[in-house]
Design a protein around this ligand. Structure first.
Ligand SMILES: N[C@@H](CCC(=O)N[C@@H](CS)C(=O)NCC(=O)O)C(=O)O
Length: 257
């Protein structure tokens, strides 16, 4: 049965203009906008994410170093499929592709699944210097914290600090941070430069899911760290490639409030 809102989308709120700078949730918001799937966002303060998502019956998406489970956003409830709960950005991407099939808006062209899985997990999300998300974290995380209300700041610090060796999150940003960011973008630039024909996407003119994963990281910087030591600098790297990619996905960047 189709309701007015097909999907309820759980995202996390901050007090910035675009409400969220989460590079995990933007991956899914991009897909919902691109595929034109009707959705409504439930905006969760950071400290309420885990309890709310656990109460929906979603499985944990990962574990803390001490073994505690993590229940996270993005999570969706699909009202067209018996209120099915799906969590984790990659799993949601697969689910939406399968359950809202539309060849014009396919994000996993035939034969591309394994390569995209490897590119997203082993390159973009790699937990090391070559990882885009890993290298951007010291820039984004201290800024994200500044856009939260007091109870969320405390929760956020207690959650993320152990994942960065127990150091205070404000100390993550150092003079070395940009060296790491530029290194990760340089590596990514080589991949994009090898794409076929015209266009700014990995597949040339064909937008695929992995482009949205990169774009979600760009959105995090653009909305979270807009100034000259943030988005202005990233947009100019690699001959302006990332500014052009952002412009190309901007039509799918709208929010639903
Ligand atoms: N692997 C997950 C990671 C999701 C994730 O880390 N989400 C963060 C927001 S950016 C979260 O929900 N954190 C809340 C918590 O851990 O309590 C995905 O790709 O969806």
């Amino acid at each position: 049965m189709s309701t007015k809102t097909d999907i309820t989308f759980y995202d996390t709120i901050s007090n910035i203009e675009f409400k969220t700078v989460s590079l995990n949730t933007w991956r899914v918001r991009f897909i919902l906008n691109y595929k034109k799937i009707p959705y409504t966002t439930v905006w969760l303060p950071y400290a309420q994410i885990a309890t709310t998502i656990k109460a929906l019956g979603a499985p944990p998406t990962s574990f803390m170093p001490d073994g505690r489970t993590r229940h996270t956003v993005p999570t969706i409830v699909d009202h067209t499929n018996g209120d099915k709960v799906v969590t984790d950005s990659w799993t949601i991407a697969q689910y939406l592709e399968a359950h809202f099939p539309d060849h014009e808006h396919a994000l996993f062209p035939a034969g591309s699944l394994a390569l995209q899985a490897s590119f997203v997990k082993d390159t973009l999300d790699a937990m090391g210097p070559s990882g885009l998300v890993f290298s951007l974290a010291p820039l984004i995380i201290p800024h994200v914290k500044r856009h939260m209300d007091a109870p969320d700041v405390e929760y956020f610090e207690a959650l993320w600090s152990p994942l960065f060796g127990g150091v205070p999150l404000d100390s993550l940003y150092t003079p070395e941070t940009w060296k790491g960011i530029e290194g990760a973008f340089d590596a990514l630039d080589k991949v994009y430069a090898a794409s076929e024909g015209q266009g700014v996407f990995l597949g040339g003119t064909q937008l695929i899911y992995a482009d949205f994963v990169v774009a979600a990281a760009l959105v995090s910087v653009k909305f979270g760290v807009p100034g000259e030591d943030g988005w202005e600098r990233v947009a100019k790297l690699n001959g302006g490639r990332w500014g052009r990619l952002f412009d190309a996905v901007q039509p799918y960047c709208q929010n639903d409030w």
